[in-house]
Design a protein around this ligand. Structure first.
Ligand code: PLP
Length: 438
C-alpha cells in the first residue's frame, strides 16, 4: 500500500496534527488562507513530475503538450481575473513565490546597484522591497541594489510628501508600492506622479491584497503601475506561488515582456512548478466567480467589524482603522507589547503575529499585533463572529497583562519562562479561553 499513512506514518502524523491545529485555532494571520480542495488536488497531482523549462511552445524538454495547454490557460485566466486586456498586459505565472517574483522584476529592469525605494519593513513593507538595517543589508534586494526606504507619518499613513522629497534627492530607478502590514490603500496616482517626476518605474507588490484587487473592492494598481507582482496564496486563496504582470508597451525604453520572462528563466529559476501552476489556474477560475466577489466583500466587512469592536474596547489602531483585510493594533497604550500578546494568544489557539508599529524601538519586542480576516472568512465567519473574535483577543490581552505583572523580571525571556513553567498560575484562565476558542 503506497498511501502516505502506510508509506510514511511519521510524516502522515505530522500532517494530521497540523491539520488539526489549523482547524481548531482562530487563524488570524493576515497572509494566510485556506485554499480549496480543488486547488489542493491539482497541487498534489502528477503535474509535479514534469520538467518544462521555457514558456508554452518554446520548451527545452519534450512531452510538454499538456503542460503548454495548462500554462496558457493559467495565463489567460490570470489576465481575465484581474480584468486586463491581453494586448496591453502580459503575465508570467512561473515565479516560485513572492520574494523570487520581486527579485526577478529587479533583475529584469535594473542594473546591479541601481536605486530602489520601498516601504520600510518596520513600517509595514516587505523584506524583498530592499530591507536593510543601519548595521546590515539584510535582504538580497538591498545587497545587490541600493535601497532608501520611505516610511509612515505619525498617523500611520504613507508619508507621500517625504517619499517625493527623498525621491528627488535619491533619484531611484524603481519605486515599489505594496506592503505586508498596511491597513490602507496606496495612493497610486500620487506615486505615479512621483515616479514620473524622477524617471522611475512604478511597481506594485499586491501580494496581500490580490484577492481584493481581483474582486475590485480596493483600488486598481494596474491603472497606474508598470509592473504588478503578487503571491498567490494570501487573499487570492490559491496555492503557494507568485505571478508577475507587465505592460506590453516598452516603459522607459525597456521591453518588459522580454526582460521579465528572461529574468524568471533562465535568469533566476529553472523548471516551473507545474503542480502549482495547475492549482493557480483552478484558483484563478474561481477568482472570476460571483462567489469570490461575495467572499472578498465579506473579508472587508469582517475586518471593519473587528476594527470597530477593538476600537470600542479601547484599542488604538494604526492609521485609525482599515480599508482592507487587516488591522494593525498598537497594544503599547494597554501597557503590553506584541510579543507577549502573541505568545499568550498562541497558547489560547488564537494565531496572529506580533508586528512593529510606528515609533517602535525593538523588532523582537514590537508594540503591535497584526490581525487579518481572509482565513476565518473562508471558514464562514461573518461580522458577529469577528466581533466575538475581538472580545476573545481582548480576554487574551488581559491574561497577558496579568502574566506580565506576575513574571519574575521585566525581560521577555522572564515572561516566556514564567508562562512555560508548570506552576504558571493563570493556566486555568488560559485553558478556559482555549476551550471556548476551539
Ligand atoms: N510581498 C509581500 C507584500 C508579502 O507580504 C510577502 C509575504 O509575506 C511577500 C512579498 C513574499 O512572499 P513569499 O513569502 O511567498 O516569498
Amino acid at each position: 500500500d503506497h498511501a502516505l499513512n502506510n508509506a510514511d506514518p511519521e510524516v502522515h502524523d505530522i500532517i494530521r496534527k497540523e491539520k488539526e491545529r489549523q482547524f481548531k485555532s482562530l487563524e488570524l494571520i493576515a497572509s494566510e488562507n485556506f485554499t480549496s480542495r480543488a486547488v489542493m488536488e491539482a497541487v498534489g497531482s502528477c503535474l509535479t513530475n514534469k520538467y518544462s523549462e521555457g514558456l508554452p511552445g518554446k520548451r527545452y524538454y519534450g512531452g510538454n503538450e499538456h503542460i503548454d495547454e495548462l500554462e496558457t490557460l493559467c495565463q489567460e485566466r490570470a489576465l481575465a481575473a484581474f480584468h486586463l486586456d491581453g494586448n496591453k498586459w502580459g503575465v508570467n505565472v512561473q515565479p516560485l513565490s513572492g520574494s523570487p517574483a520581486n527579485f526577478e522584476v529587479y533583475t529584469a529592469i535594473l542594473k546591479p546597484h541601481d536605486r530602489i525605494m520601498g516601504l520600510d519593513l518596520p513600517h509595514g513593507g516587505h523584506l524583498s522591497h530592499g530591507f536593510m538595517t543601519p548595521k546590515r543589508r539584510v535582504s538580497g534586494t538591498s545587497i545587490y541594489f541600493e535601497s532608501m526606504p520611505y516610511r509612515l507619518d505619525d498617523l500611520g499613513l504613507v508619508d507621500y510628501d517625504m517619499l517625493e522629497k527623498t525621491a528627488i534627492l535619491f533619484r531611484p530607478k524603481l519605486i515599489i508600492a505594496g506592503a505586508s502590514a498596511y491597513p490602507r490603500d496606496f495612493d497610486y496616482p500620487r506615486m505615479r506622479k512621483i515616479a514620473d517626476s524622477v524617471g522611475a518605474f512604478l511597481m506594485m507588490d499586491m501580494a496581500h491584497i490580490s484577492g481584493l484587487v481581483a474582486a475590485s473592492v480596493v483600488g486598481d494598481p494596474f491603472e497606474y503601475c508598470d509592473v504588478v507582482t503578487t503571491t498567490t496564496h494570501k487573499s487570492l486563496r490559491g496555492p503557494r506561488g507568485g505571478m508577475i504582470f507587465f505592460r506590453k508597451e516598452p516603459v522607459l525604453g525597456v521591453d518588459l515582456e522580454t526582460a521579465i520572462n528572461n529574468a524568471v528563466f533562465p535568469g533566476l529559476q529553472g523548471g516551473p512548478h507545474n503542480h502549482t501552476i495547475g492549482g493557480l489556474a483552478v484558483c484563478l477560475k474561481h477568482a472570476q466567480s460571483p462567489a469570490f466577489k461575495t467572499y472578498q466583500k465579506q473579508v472587508i466587512a469582517n475586518c471593519r467589524a473587528l476594527a470597530q469592536r477593538l476600537g470600542e474596547l479601547g484599542y488604538k489602531l494604526v492609521s485609525g482603522g482599515s480599508d482592507n483585510h487587516l488591522v494593525l493594533v498598537d497594544v503599547r497604550p494597554m501597557g503590553i507589547d506584541g510579543a507577549r500578546v502573541e505568545k499568550i494568544l498562541d497558547l489560547a489557539s488564537i494565531t496572529l503575529n506580533k508586528n512593529s508599529v510606528p515609533g517602535d524601538k525593538s523588532a523582537l519586542v514590537p508594540g503591535g499585533i497584526r490581525i487579518g480576516s481572509p482565513a476565518m472568512t473562508t471558514r464562514g465567519f461573518k461580522e458577529s463572529e469577528f466581533v466575538a473574535t475581538a472580545e476573545l483577543i481582548h480576554e487574551g490581552v488581559q491574561v497577558a497583562l496579568e502574566a506580565k505583572s506576575l513574571a519574575s523580571g521585566p525581560k521577555l525571556q522572564d515572561f516566556l519562562k514564567f508562562v512555560a513553567s508548570p506552576e504558571f498560575p493563570l493556566q486555568d484562565k488560559l485553558s478556559d479561553l482555549r476551550k471556548r476558542v476551539e
